[in-house]
Design a protein around this ligand. Structure first.
Ligand code: FAD
Length: 896
């Protein structure tokens, strides 16, 4: 029976719901607002209180300004659930840190935080879901999060209200629990104030003052509030659902959207008090005990998306729409039949902030120096904000976080995506409604597609391209055959909000083949593309890569500082290089072409002095651009980065026949003498100038052709026509990823991240000995002192699908986890890349890596593995030089 009493609508009704009956003392009412601050934190919810506390731990004396009373936004009515297991490494580590922070804070503040460690059970209603839980369970091993796979009966023994007939299996995570968010904030504030922070309630921020800075950037100079102005160079925007309004104060858009999120509290239920927390992803539900009742919430497919939340929505709730909640209620009764007669005592429907990819928005704004974010917590704010705020405090005090926070970084969205509300709203809807969907490695969103397309797009789709998305760009994932096509259609909101479902389901049907944690049904298609690259010639469209020029009077000096390799090279030479941060962490890897004065074309610009053509990866391109620009700003170089991604397309022809194919369409001599490996030349195809580079990201003889948009289509047709004589095949990014990984090439934000340095990554050879570059002192120090982790390559004999996040065992100890997994079609083996550490934290010696037996644990089962310090595929790079006589040369796994 769906029976709701709709009574509780303000805070006083909730006294007793959480442990804190007294609320907060009033802050800042009798002291005047300081004129100056190291950092001003805007917002006194869990995100603001956590950031405030963490900053005081790093020696900062911040001021927290809250427009109303602390916790009045989304925090006061939060369910407070804290889980431990997540489907990736950073999330899992952040949750682990949150729990440690809670434990330590209790001691430090002398306050109870109301944390109840009742454990948590994830319910699997299908065999496939249990497979996903096995992945979480395996990754948890690395992070020391203990969990146990359970039969339905075993789960019921731990949580008796469950009906074991209603599900297939379960995963039990003893460290889970729930916390009182008000008590948690209370303790954070108490400890932070003791450390020198100051809190001001009823101090709404009305304006943020900025000044113009170099490189087209702005910088924060002050914050205006209803109680006065504070001079500061750093602001943390922790204004939750109002975060966008705060960003708008400096003319910036952020991709956050408030959505109503609800839970209900049942009448008393026998056995409720002793229950674990429950998450049933397949039913889109979460539960926890609330005294003798059950609190349960979930994620509906048609949530109420809000334009904004009123400024005076303090300690307030929305009317609860029981018709929307009814499917969740039915799911809950199905799982716990005892709920049927319990009825509902109260409901909570509050605003929460969601984002396009279900990850918070953190880090420093790429345009406004000093504006930091901690918003968009996607209903995970209580559990994630501890770990996130700790990282944010490093971001603010040391320039960068310690963990790989790329998936949280505001710079994962381009300047095109952030202000486009249609794009933000539909992607956010999809990510909300898929909150509990299985995280498939090759899943693609259906919303926000065809956002940025290049000139090749329609021709490639007509030739069977099945697209995937990167930084808003469409790019081919793989190609289907037999004249079939699968274009991406407009977002149909899955038929919600009275939208009509698309009748053309071809793309969705294609995607379904990838919705597996086993080998994709497209495995053989991708194999065909990969092997055609190794044995013949294929055509890739790399136009989504970010393309930039570095120019200006200080360009040479700037390039010297930004990049690890020596770029004082002959004009036209293309180098693979890294750009580091001051901690020696890898911020980006790019190819850089040193330029001489060109003829004034897009591919050969007129330059005064030296210039550089920089090409960064697809997904990470905006992050790279922002990083480079920020360094120019910091060092005050008279040089600039100009992006031309939307003006140049890139076609890449790769494979043994690529040289012959290119020669058939250009008069420029494609010979080792005139066009050696690592060089670029302006050549003419179809009478149009383009820049051809002899480089390869797949380890073959190959050429990238960079073409002005106006000539892209004609050049494409020319290559395809000529390609008929060479049996040219189209290939997509899935084959590219497999081929590059098989060759042992690195992928940014996977195999190389800010928490890796070049020595650990096996990229020391790209770090020059002479001169100065950012991060050099750390690299030199690490070289002397030795490394504590090492990039390694693994193959398996067993035919098992690897996707990353599988654990690496050496003898009886876990020594790492895979960052990336794939299938190597030439090695004919599953392949993985991960970092190996010493189980005792010692410096890694080769001897340690050479000895021992390795296993990769995949979904709770261990498989024997062979470790290599370099990929065994063509380790002497014969193929890059176009030498195909001795195709394979095996490397012993010890050699480097
Ligand atoms: C029904 C529901 C259940 C939830 N359950 C859970 C759960 O079980 N576990 C979990 O981890 N998370 C849960 N969440 C999510 C969690 O509550 C939020 O992610 C978290 O509270 C967000 O905190 P915040 O600090 O970002 O925002 P808020 O708590 O909204 O804080 C923002 C603050 O900024 C202030 N502010 C705004 N504008 C200004 C200005 N101009 N000047 C000064 N101050 C300003 C506001 O007054 C407000 O106090 C739930 C959310 C909802 C709605």
């Amino acid at each position: 029976m769906f029976n709701i009493r709709n009574g509780l609508k303000n805070r006083s009704d909730f006294i007793g719901l959480f442990a804190n009956k007294n609320g907060f003392r009033s802050y800042g009412s009798n002291i005047s607002l300081p004129r100056q601050a190291d950092v001003v934190v805007i917002g006194g919810g869990i995100a603001g209180c956590s950031a405030f506390y963490q900053l005081t731990k790093r020696g900062i004396k911040p001021i927290l300004v809250e427009g109303n009373k602390l916790t009045n936004g989304s925090t006061w009515h939060s369910g407070g659930l804290i889980w431990s297991l997540r489907p990736n490494d950073t999330d899992t580590e952040l949750l682990r840190r949150t729990k440690e922070i809670i434990r330590d804070l209790e001691k430090e503040s002398g306050e109870s935080l109301g944390f109840i460690n009742n454990g948590g059970i994830f319910i699997a209603r299908t065999a496939e879901r249990l497979e996903e839980y096995k992945r979480l369970h395996t990754l948890g091993h690395y992070f020391n999060v203990h969990s146990r796979l359970l039969s339905p009966k075993e789960a019921q023994q731990i949580c008796p209200i469950l009906d074991p007939k209603a599900f297939y299996g379960a995963l039990y995570s003893p460290p889970d629990g729930y916390i009182d968010p008000t008590l948690y904030c209370n303790a954070l504030i108490k400890a932070a104030v003791a450390n020198g922070g100051q809190v001001f309630e009823n101090t709404r921020v009305t304006k943020i003052h900025t000044e113009e800075a170099i490189q087209g950037l702005k910088k924060i100079v002050g914050v205006e509030t209803v109680n006065g102005t504070i001079k500061t160079g750093r602001v943390v925007n922790a204004a939750g659902a109002w975060g966008r309004k705060v960003a708008n104060m400096v003319g910036i858009e952020i991709p956050t959207t408030p959505i109503k999120h609800c839970y209900v509290i049942t009448n008393n239920v026998e056995g409720a008090k002793d229950c674990t927390s429950i998450r049933c992803h397949d039913s889109s539900l979460y539960f926890r005990p609330q005294g003798d009742s059950i609190l349960f919430g979930g994620y509906e497919a048609n949530p109420d998306i809000l334009k904004e939340v009123p400024d005076d929505f303090n300690f307030s709730l929305f009317e609860f729409d029981k018709s929307k909640f009814e499917p969740l209620w039915n799911n809950a009764v199905n799982l716990c039949p005892v709920l049927e007669t319990a009825g509902i005592k109260s409901d909570v429907c509050g605003p929460e902030t969601f984002t396009p990819d279900h990850k918070p928005v953190l880090g420093e704004d790429p345009i406004v120096v000093g504006m930091y974010y901690s918003v968009g917590y996607n209903s995970l704010g209580v559990m994630l904000s501890g770990g996130c705020s700790e990282q944010l405090s490093y971001w603010i005090t040391e320039g960068r976080p310690n963990l790989d926070m790329h998936a949280y970084d505001i710079r994962r969205f381009s300047q095109r995506q952030k202000p486009d509300r249609a794009w933000v709203t539909e992607t956010t809807h999809e990510s909300y409604s898929k909150t509990y969907s299985i995280v498939y490695p090759h899943d693609q969103r259906l919303s926000g597609r065809n956002f940025r397309i290049d000139p090749f797009h329609e021709h490639l789709v007509a030739n069977g391209a099945v697209m995937e998305e990167a930084l808003g760009w469409e790019r081919p994932a793989y190609f289907i055959t037999d004249d079939r096509t699968a274009p991406v259609r407009g977002y149909d909101w899955y038929g919600n909000y009275d939208h009509v479902r698309n009748t053309d389901q071809r793309y969705e049907k294609e995607l379904e083949k990838d919705l597996t944690l086993d080998f994709s049904k497209n495995h053989d298609l991708i194999k065909g593309e990969a092997l055609a690259t190794r044995t013949n010639v294929t055509l890739f469209n790399l136009s989504c890569y970010t393309k930039m020029y570095l120019t200006g009077p200080d360009a040479e000096q700037a390039a010297d500082w930004l990049f690890t390799t020596n770029l004082s090279q002959q004009p036209g030479k293309v180098s693979y290089t890294l750009s580091l941060n001051s901690k020696g962490g890898i911020e980006s890897d790019v190819t850089v072409t040193t330029l001489e004065e060109g003829g004034g074309t897009l591919v050969g610009p007129i330059l005064k002095g030296k210039g550089y053509y920089i090409v960064a990866g697809g997904q990470s391109g905006y992050q790279t651009k922002s990083h480079l620009r920020k360094q120019l700003y910091k060092k005050n170089f008279k040089s600039r980065i100009s992006e031309i991604t939307e003006r140049l397309g890139i076609l890449s022809i790769q494979g043994p026949k690529s040289g012959e194919l290119l020669q058939s369409i250009t008069e420029y001599p494609i010979t080792d003498e005139k066009f050696p490996l690592g060089m670029s030349h302006i050549i003419k195809i179809n009478g149009h100038s383009c820049r051809a580079m002899r480089i390869s990201y797949v380890g073959e003889l190959g050429f990238e052709i960079h073409i002005p948009f106006a000539h892209c289509v004609a050049t494409y047709h020319k290559i395809v026509e000529a390609g008929r004589g060479f049996d040219l095949k189209h290939a997509g990014f899935r084959a590219l990823d497999s081929l590059s990984m098989e060759k042992g090439y690195h992928l940014q934000n996977k195999d190389i991240r800010i928490d890796d340095n070049p020595v650990e990554a096996g990229l020391e050879r790209f770090c020059r000995k002479d001169g100065q570059y950012q991060g050099k002192s750390v690299v030199e120090k690490v070289k002397q002192e030795g490394i504590k982790k090492r990039w390694c390559f693994f193959t398996l004999q067993d035919n098992v699908a690897l996707y990353g996040f599988e654990t690496i065992w050496r003898d009886d100890a876990i020594v790492g986890y895979l960052r990336r997994g794939d299938y190597g079609f030439s090695l004919d083996s599953p392949i993985g890349i991960g970092y190996v550490t010493h189980p005792k934290g010692k410096v890694l010696e080769d001897e340690f890596l050479k000895t021992g037996e390795y296993h990769i644990e995949v979904k709770d089962k261990k498989y024997p593995a062979t470790l290599y310090l370099r990929s065994p595929f063509d380790p002497t790079n014969q193929r890059l030089f176009g030498r195909y006589e001795n195709q394979f040369e095996e490397q012993s796994h010890f050699e480097d």
